[in-house]
Design a protein around this ligand. Structure first.
Ligand code: KG4
Ligand code: ZN
Length: 339
């Protein structure tokens, strides 16, 4: 039976709302999605200010919902399930999405479903023009997580390895800060790196030869700090670009080699890359090259769905329901799971 799922994402600094239509089998169809990023608002503070984030989600979520319904030429009354991000994320920010989702659902008399943010990222490539097939290896690289998973189907995830300290996105963001770049640092560092020589500085590749599939990026940040301090006064633009390029090369090499190791270990022939860092062009280039050599297909979400969005939340909810992994509930005492 066809059903309409409204999805709300509010875990960090992006308010995302989307509507997907599920036919009960196959990949649900994205009808419309809308996003408001708070990036400019937090830029002055050099990072996300949780209280400001929550307040802005409150301002944005209903107008975005209206916009999505209009785009899809739908009315709220036709929505069958309301999905929201249950976590992980900022507690106050999550509560806004959960509260609004449950209030809408209660008013409509429809069920709700709380979704794990990372499952949203993980399944987001299914909305691309080149969707993957199960099973696959997933490299999840966001601001808060770096994980390698074996994905056998919806709800069937096996953690193969993860970071023991900083996430890859955090390594990008913190290094960018040390280079005097604005927030968010990842894209800014990647832009500067285009003008630099990645072989200039020898930066560590922690755990590259550890034999397991875990990651560690805290030491890299320290090495970048040590190098940045050696620049006398204000480093010339070329030195900064070289350090940016060397930093990016170190992060990308570790992510690429561990992904290949996970593919080799499991014998799987498909790789899915998801999360904000998946937008990084150097990472895509290296993964594509290494995977092509091994006859492995790489799948990415559409660029606009790499970072946080409502589409992945509506999609994950619809896929969980279709796969009968979880049924939505007509209980509106909502909870969130920040961690
Ligand atoms: O998935 P995401 O939007 O939010 C989280 O759930 O964390 O990921 C955000 C992270 C940030 O650390 C950001 O700097 C990084 O993704 N990022 C990038 C790029 N675009 C976003 N890092 C490197 N290169 C990029 N092009
Ligand atoms: Zn995310």
């Amino acid at each position: 039976m066809a059903s309409l799922v409204l999805g709300i994402e509010s875990s960090c600094d992006e308010t995302g709302v989307a509507l997907v239509k599920s036919a009960g089998q196959g990949v649900p169809q994205l009808l419309a999605h809308a996003l408001h990023t708070q990036m400019a608002m937090h830029a002055d503070y050099g990072g996300v200010v949780p209280e400001l984030a929550s307040r802005d989600h409150i301002r944005r979520v209903l107008p975005l919902t209206r916009q999505v319904l209009q785009q899809a030429d739908e009315v709220l009354e036709n929505v069958d399930v309301v999905a929201y991000t249950r976590g992980p994320g900022l507690a106050g920010a999550l509560l806004v999405g959960a509260g609004v989702a449950c209030a809408l659902a209660a008013a409509l008399g429809k069920p709700v479903l709380g979704v794990h943010h990372l499952e949203g990222h993980l399944l987001s490539p299914f909305l691309s023009a080149d969707p993957p097939e199960f099973p696959f290896i997933a490299l999840l690289v966001s601001g808060g997580h770096t994980q390698l998973m074996q994905v056998d189907g919806v709800g069937h995830y096996r953690l193969l390895g993860e970071t023991i300290d900083d996430a890859a996105g955090e390594a990008f963001d913190k290094s960018a800060k040390l280079l005097g770049l604005g927030y968010p640092g990842g894209p800014a560092l990647a832009r500067l790196a285009e003008f630099g020589d990645p072989t200039t500085y020898k930066l560590p590749r922690p755990l590259l030869h550890s034999g397991d599939l875990d990651f560690s990026f805290a030491g890299l940040k320290t090495a970048v700090l040590t190098q940045a301090k050696k620049f006398e006064g204000t480093p010339c633009d070329q030195a900064r670009a070289d350090l940016a390029a060397s930093t990016q090369a170190a992060i990308v090499e570790v992510l690429m080699k561990k992904s290949i190791k996970a593919l080799d270990q499991t014998g799987l022939k498909r790789l899915v890359v998801a999360g904000g860092v998946g937008a990084n062009a150097a990472l895509r280039e290296q993964l594509n090259a290494a995977c092509t050599k091994r006859g492995v297909r790489v799948h990415y979400p559409e660029l606009e769905l790499c970072t946080d969005n409502g589409a992945m939340i509506a999609l994950a909810a619809a896929m969980r329901i279709d796969a009968k992994v979880e049924a939505p509930q007509a209980r509106y005492a909502f909870d969130v799971k920040p961690r």
